[in-house]
Design a protein around this ligand. Sequence first.
Ligand code: 5AD
Ligand code: SF4
Length: 494
Amino acid sequence: MPDKSAELVLSDVVRPGQSLLRPVQPIQDLEILDADLDEPKFVAVPSDGASSVYVETYGCQMNVSDSEIVASVLRESGYGLTRDADSADVVLLNTCAIRDNAEQKVRNRLRAFRARKRKRNPDLKIGILGCMAERLREKLLEEEQLVDLVVGPDAYRDLPRLLQSAEVTGQSAVNVQLSREETYADIAPVRYDSNGISAFVSIMRGCDNMCSFCVVPFTRGRERSRPVVSILRECAELIDAGYKEVTVLGQNVNSYRDGANGTSVSFAELLYRISALSPELRIRYSTSHPKDCSEELLHVHRERENVCNFIHLPVQHGNTETLERMRRTYTREEYLDLVSRARKIVPGVTLSTDIIAGFCDETEEEHQDTLSLMREVRYDHAFMFMYSERPGTYAQRKYADNVPLDTKKRRLSEIIELQNSISLESNQADVGESFRVLVEGSSKRSEDQLAGRTDGNKMVVFDKPGRRPPAPGTFVDVKINGCTSATLLGSVIN
Ligand code: 5AD
Ligand code: SF4
């Protein structure tokens, strides 16, 4: 077991024992991490009779968090939010541009709303938010005439003005200005789809890494960090409201640095400070870059009981030359070295990753290197993708997207098959062990079963015990007696 008793000596830490815990108010199930990243997440809170807005969110956790900011901005301006797209006055799609198929889904959805507007509701306003906004502004507005509103990820404060302008003039309204400062630090997100137990807290925005395949630096702009004080305040408020878990978010979350007022707070120090708010708040983060996974950060995982021993550490590829073409700034060996340091400093740490199959010029041998790296690291979980060329990226400008589709598909399925067998073995190794699980609610399949996650982010499903089943938001110890490649199965032992 890691020694969790020794605390890091860091300045100006919020004092332990400052627990602000209150009873949990469960609302409903939320399993974002395991969700298909390209599938929409439907959202909203009941409309209060005002002009009502329906928001649909695509893509990553950052977008889910951004939609909570959008909801807050709109609510402040008197808009109601509805779950019912049919009755909405305004439909907003918060979009993802990371792969072509994500964009196609949004385009199809847009066409459906456009048809509804034409046939049934000519006053309906349709808006595109987020990553597709900047990229497709002209195309959407002029060529396809699909939308009334185009709003980039840094312009959500401007939404009420833009909506009003579209309503009054009947013309399209656009703001896709990217900012070097905007972090929405002062906006309290409306957690409309929350389960009341786990929440996202956005701590930085943008990305300066310029991985050659990735469109994010173009759609979301330069890296900027939110002031530490506002993050701690939001986390304290969540604890106060009964939340038991936060996932702190950023495109490159572990490059966080608050340099305001002559201070310099690193990501490791920020995590430490959040963890000191309450021993009962579990803390995760997403998504990190291996170059920013410092020793200091690993020690925070080791020493702080409530910082989960789980790291999402996207490798993208297992071959050094490919990593160089991807501009990932590390070699295979350096990455493997980081994994062994992480395992040494944080014994039992669970690891997940992102992997891309079929990147430009990828040879069969290079692909084999990805498979061999996976066998070596033995990730507990992975998000696996086929390379999709994105306009404007370095790869699109300098390399040919020359791996045939069939080959890409075959390589991706080999990667998925291997990961499934590794995940299964990893889960089988947990059979007979006991884990502390944060109960999230009923399992997807049965009301007679509960579901929750371990510290290592593994999903556990177990029978509801006895007459007084544990409420969502409670920690229970579960003994594992079976598994699939995706889920541990067990029974409560306390
Ligand atoms: N094609 C396929 N996958 C991509 N990702 C980012 N850009 C692309 C692309 N052009 C993947 C990376 C990243 C994850 C969020 O999406 O693996 O870590
Ligand atoms: Fe994209 Fe690379 Fe930034 Fe991740 S680190 S958002 S993959 S550019």
